[in-house]
Design a protein around this ligand. Structure first.
Ligand code: NAP
Length: 258
């Protein structure tokens, strides 16, 4: 039996039976782009959100409805999303990652990562929630397995993703009475432009297709936590639950890169 609290109460509107109206942010690249393509191919109406004009034009050709939008512009986001007739499912993939090399703690870099990862999600929720309440729909956001344990160099990215985990887990409780089911996606490593910068081993690296498959299956099953690949997320979560000293030793060894 599934653990209590990990499944959203599923009614017809949360299953992907029939044509759904789906908003995807970060649809111009990586995981969001693959999800947009897959949901279009499955016959759904996909609103593909991003800033990259040429990628948006390609998505238009594939059958998505492109929405050119800087998600950091709250007013523009509210205006754009208010125009949508209906939203059953919103998947918020927009985000960025910049590593920090200590002792260079650059607060501009730190705040940029925090602002983009949290701001794009917060503005999307702000703009889309009225529609999701209307449809008794589903809100999905992207966290990261990096939030399970502290990784040196990921001070900014990990902090932003930890905040996203807290935000979405809180909304899982507070939006339930309003009929909106909230899912937190926790990926390990996925091979996208974001991870191209990584100069360290990425165990169990997934393709965007595998990531899209795992996310779509989790959404269709009504899962509130969608984590993959389990081979990576379960050990990391277990390490994160152990006394801090254990991870500090492992983390110190990893950050020496030996
Ligand atoms: N790849 C991984 O290994 C991995 C692992 C764990 C979690 N994640 C999370 O999964 C999500 C997708 O990651 P990805 O690897 O697919 O990244 P990606 O390929 O770098 O794509 C990032 C997307 O974010 C959009 N974006 C960034 N700032 C934006 C803004 N101000 N307004 C609108 N769109 C904006 C970009 O669109 P435009 O440039 O067109 O604006 C782009 O489509 C992120 O939240 C990431 O943190 C990724």
């Amino acid at each position: 039996m599934a653990m209590e609290g990990h499944k959203g109460s599923i009614d017809q509107s949360n299953n992907l039976n029939g044509q759904q109206h789906i908003v995807i942010t970060g649809a111009t690249s990586g995981i969001g782009k693959q999800l947009a393509k897959d949901y279009v191919n499955a016959g759904h109406i996909v609103y593909a959100v991003g800033r990259d004009k040429s990628e948006l034009a390609k998505l238009d050709t594939l059958g998505a409805v492109p929405i050119e939008l800087d998600l950091m512009d709250r007013d523009a986001v509210k205006t754009a999303f208010a125009k949508l007739e209906r939203v059953d499912l919103a998947i918020c993939c927009a985000g960025m990652c910049t590593y920090m090399d200590m002792p260079d703690f650059n607060s501009d870099t730190f705040m940029q990562v925090m602002n983009v990862n949290l701001g794009t999600l917060a503005h999307a929720i702000d703009g889309l929630l009225p529609k999701l309440i209307e449809s008794k729909g589903r809100l999905v956001g992207l966290g990261s397995a990096s939030a399970f344990v502290p990784f040196a160099r990921a001070e900014a990215y990990g902090a932003s993703k930890s905040a996203i985990h807290y935000l979405l887990k809180t909304l899982q409780i507070s939006l339930k009475p309003h009929g909106v089911v909230v899912s937190l996606v926790i990926p390990g490593f996925v091979d996208t432009p974001m991870t191209e910068q990584n100069d360290f081993p990425m165990p169990f690296l997934q393709t965007p297709k595998q990531a899209s498959q795992a996310i779509r299956a989790g959404i269709a099953d009504g899962d509130e936590i969608i984590e993959f690949p389990k081979r990576l997320t379960v050990p990391l979560k277990t390490l994160g639950a152990l006394p801090d000293l254990v991870w500090q030793k492992v983390g110190e060894k990893l950050s020496r890169n030996d």
